[in-house]
Design a protein. Structure first.
Ligand SMILES: Cc1cc2nc3c(=O)[nH]c(=O)nc-3n(C[C@H](O)[C@H](O)[C@H](O)COP(=O)(O)O)c2cc1C
Length: 179
């Protein structure tokens, strides 16, 4: 059975939820996924012991979690030798207009350039607005950002924009590359 490391960074939980769905797809396809939150990686994590690696991160204030970039930089050579894939979660990717979505792709490319990683697959995927989980300041800031982008501003509820079909297709495509 092939073991796949699904390592992610998540600040409000949506990337964690997406990583779980990726894990479910891999599991259904007969692989053994192991999920880890990179903010608290287990000691002695041996990336080289896995048959493939999927990394996920979300965008906040124009960049992905620094601890995810650090993980990728630290394990770049191993990642570049194995089947690997990266998914980037953001609100920019939720935009209906492809031109408005372009910055999400640019930030993903910048992350790869900066870390020196060349994954086999990449995905920019829409995240969520979780007003109920933000503190007062964050809620205010996100409401303003959403308002400027003609997005959802009713802070009495949360919004999930993730396209689960897209996530499952990404995980299935990766799974097909594993022997
Ligand atoms: C404080 C804050 C800043 C954010 N900044 C950006 C941003 O610069 N660009 C963007 O596309 N999305 C931005 N987002 C949206 C997040 O990427 C989105 O909510 C995502 O689902 C977060 O994933 P996570 O819950 O795994 O951290 C921001 C969200 C918050 C709360």
């Amino acid at each position: 059975m092939t073991r796949v490391l699904v390592a992610y960074g998540s600040s409000e939980g949506q990337t964690a939820t997406i990583a779980e769905r990726v894990g479910d797809v891999l599991d259904s396809a007969g692989h053994e996924p192991v999920l880890i939150h990179l903010k608290h990686p287990p000691s002695g994590l041996d990336v080289a012991a896995y048959d493939g690696v999927i990394v996920g991160a979300s965008i906040h204030a124009g960049s992905h979690q620094g601890y995810v970039a650090e993980f990728v930089r630290d394990h770049r050579e191993t990642l570049n030798r194995k089947p690997s894939a990266f998914f980037s979660v953001s609100l920019t990717a939720a935009n209906a207009d492809p031109v408005e979505r372009e910055p999400a792709r640019e930030l993903l490319e910048a992350f790869l350039e900066e870390t020196g990683w060349e994954p086999d697959g990449t995905l920019t995927v829409a995240g969520a607005l979780k007003y109920s989980e933000y503190g007062l300041v964050k809620r205010f800031v996100m409401r303003r950002i959403a308002g400027k982008a003609s997005g959802d501003t009713d802070t009495s509820r949360d919004y999930e924009y993730t396209d689960w079909d897209e996530v499952e297709a990404f995980a299935l495509e990766f799974s097909s590359q594993l022997s």
